[in-house]
Design a protein around this ligand. Sequence first.
Ligand code: GTP
Ligand code: MG
Length: 180
Amino acid sequence: MSSRRRTLLKVIVLGDSGVGKTSLMNQYVHKKFSQQYKATIGADFVTKELQIEDRLVTLQIWDTAGQERFQSLGVAFYRGADCCILVYDVNVRKSFDTLDNWHEEFLNQASPTDPKTFPFILLGNKVDIDGGNSRVVSDKKAREWCASKGNIPYFETSAKEDYNVDAAFLCVAKLALAND
Ligand code: GTP
Ligand code: MG
């Protein structure tokens, strides 16, 4: 299979502290979930290989710190990103309200060639909590936000119950590949 091209795709995950960025990545890559919260400091990546049609793809997924005091990322960190995953917690209004900032921060730092078509994806995480009874951001609100940013794909996820995690990252890989 040496004729197959292997493609490295850089993906950056952003969002408020505690929304579940690290948990989503752990569930996707290691099929593990921990209830314990351990703040991410700085940034680190995991990789996952997958096949999309005849392409071998290595997703290099960069986890970042939501807590401001642990953020220390320069422009170089964002450069060359092929996709940006924005995450919020459907049970925490503020984590939805700050999406504009994360979106803008990414575009400012990464300065993609065409900001209007750069692939973002939005994940509304922790839909498992209280059977959905404690959610404060509706699916409709989230989709409206996505539409206002140029039709960003939206997935509701649970890192805890492994709900929609594979589907979301497959979408990420396809978006990133199309943008590569
Ligand atoms: P920072 O590293 O500070 O930016 O936070 P983070 O976005 O990486 O959040 P993290 O993945 O560490 O998760 C925060 C807390 O939420 C942890 O206690 C997780 O166990 C919990 N958590 C994450 N995802 C889910 C989920 O889908 N459902 C539930 N019930 N809890 C979750
Ligand atoms: Mg983290």
